[in-house]
Every structure is written in C-alpha cells, then in structure tokens.
Write a protein that binds this ligand. Structure first.
Ligand code: GUN
Length: 282
C-alpha cells in the first residue's frame, strides 16, 4: 500500500475535544446547546445513525433529544411537531433523519425547519447561501470531506475533482463547496457513459454511489486522492465502502477508509453546526 490514510475517526475525535471546550464556554454564558432529532419508523440504519449522533452529542456536552415517531405518522403531525420545535427557544438544532416513509413529502419537511435551526444545511435558503459563498450551515457530509482534505493540507484550488453521485445530500453540495474552493469540478452519475474516462483524470475522486467495492485502481489516476462516502453493509454484517480499499490504496496518494472515514466526520460537522446554531450565528 502506498496511500496515506485519512482517518476520519481520529480527526472527529480531535474536533470533538475542541468543541467540548467551546460548549463549556457557551454554558458559562447561560446557553445550553440542544439538538433535537426526529426519527420516523424503524429503519435499522437510520436508528444506528441516530444513536451515533446522540453519543457524539453527549461527548461534547450537547444535550440531544430524540423524538421517535411511528412510520404511520402523518405529514401534518410531523409538520406540527417541527413548527413547535421552531418556536421553542431551548432547541437550537432540528434534524429529521432521512429517508422518510413514502407518504411523507421529504421536501415539505426540509422546508418546514427554520433555516436558523437547519443543522443539516438542507433548507433551500441555506443551500442558496452556500451556493453564493455566504456563511451558513454547510451540509455535514460535504463539510466533513472538505475538513478532511484541509486536515492533510491537500491542495484543492486548481485541482480537478471528479464526483460520482449527484444526491442532494452529498454529490451536489460537495461539488459546490469544492467549486467555492476554486477546484474544477466534474459530476458523474448513474447515466454517465464511460465513467473511467472521467475518473482517471481526477486529482481528487469522491465516490458516493452506494454500491460496495466497485471502484478499484483501474479507475484512478496515479497518486489521486480518494474519498469514499459509501457505507454498505455486507451479508456478513461488516461495513464496506464503494471503493475497493486495498486495490485503490496501492495507487492513490491519500485514501479514506470505511469505517473510520467520512462517517464520523459527518457527525462531527453536525455538532459544529449545532454549536453555531446555539451561538445564533445564522
Ligand atoms: N440520512 C442519511 N444521511 C443523512 C443526513 O446527513 N441527514 C439526515 N437528516 N438524514 C440523513
């Protein structure tokens, strides 16, 4: 293996220690940061992500509340709960864990959350602010990816970044953030023909496809930086990314592992956004 590993677990731990001190200072001023998470239904992956958010919040002294709702909850009821949380001054951040059951219109829910409490950075007002380069809540996974690149002083400006995946949560916003950092950005997706033609030209390759181990060294330019956003649970229960780690690591200069890569950074950025909300910075 030639690549250096960007360990998101360790970096997230460092950031949490810094945030813990910030929270102590905030509490001294009478502000008790609170993150309220709404979990609808019993999707095991969602439940496990929410547990991770609760645990990380506790580690930095952020109070977290989880509101669990049945999968049959109506959109109206969910909107009513969000409106109450919007009005509650003791709640600083609101996160509705996605995906939601089919009968609930996700975009209605995202747009109901006050932009000042939108710690996911999914509200169109915050997306617009991000696109125009203003200070706002940045979506957590893209923000975590940028933070990982910066932690290793990996140059971004002038570099060619290729992103595979175009979700509203990862693919689209990470491209925008990297464009804000003066990268040249190419978006690939499931309808891209001849994917390799693009990926082999990437200085930085961001893979957010959701299929296990499909990107190997044949897709890489020598010494590329590889960021694996995939979290796939295999039949044997283990977690793996979208990238064939051993193959890619033999050709890349830097690579993120799964687990201990992007996942813990997503949660760290959520805590960052909650502290920002508690400070009333947006
Ligand atoms: N589901 C998967 N990732 C996310 C995320 O970043 N935020 C929310 N709210 N739901 C998710």
């Amino acid at each position: 293996m030639s690549a250096q590993i960007i360990n998101g677990k360790d970096l997230a731990q460092e950031l949490r220690l810094e945030m813990k001190e910030e929270v102590v200072k905030l509490k001294d001023t009478g502000v008790n940061p609170n993150l309220t998470v709404i979990l609808v239904g019993d999707n095991p992956a969602s439940r496990s992500y929410v547990k991770g958010k609760e645990k990380a919040s506790a580690q930095v002294g952020i109070q977290s509340e989880v509101i669990e709702l049945s999968s049959s909850v109506t959109e109206e009821k969910l909107l009513e709960i969000i409106h109450k949380l919007n009005e509650d001054p003791s709640v600083h951040g609101i996160l509705v864990q996605l995906p939601l059951p089919d009968h609930i219109h996700e975009q209605h829910i995202i747009e109901a959350i006050s932009p000042t409490k939108d710690v996911d950075g999914f509200h169109p007002i915050n997306i617009g602010r991000m696109m125009t380069g203003q200070d706002t809540f940045l979506p957590c996974t893209p923000f975590g990816i940028i933070t990982m690149l910066k932690s290793k002083s990996i140059p971004i400006a002038g570099k060619h970044v290729v992103i595979i995946g175009r979700s509203n949560i990862v693919g689209k916003p990470v491209g925008q953030l990297l464009l804000n950092e003066n990268a040249t950005v190419t978006h690939c997706h499931s309808r891209t023909s001849n994917l390799k033609e693009y990926t082999t030209k990437a200085d930085i390759l961001i893979v957010a496809i959701g299929k296990p181990n499909i990107i190997d060294k044949e897709y890489l330019k020598a010494n590329a930086v590889v960021i694996d956003v995939g979290i796939n649970r295999l039949d044997n229960g283990s977690l793996t990314g979208d990238v064939d780690f051993d193959s890619a690591a033999s050709k890349a200069s830097y690579i993120t592992p799964v687990p201990k890569g992007v996942g813990p950074m997503t949660i760290a950025m959520l805590l960052h956004n909650t502290i920002k909300a508690a400070k009333g910075l947006t």
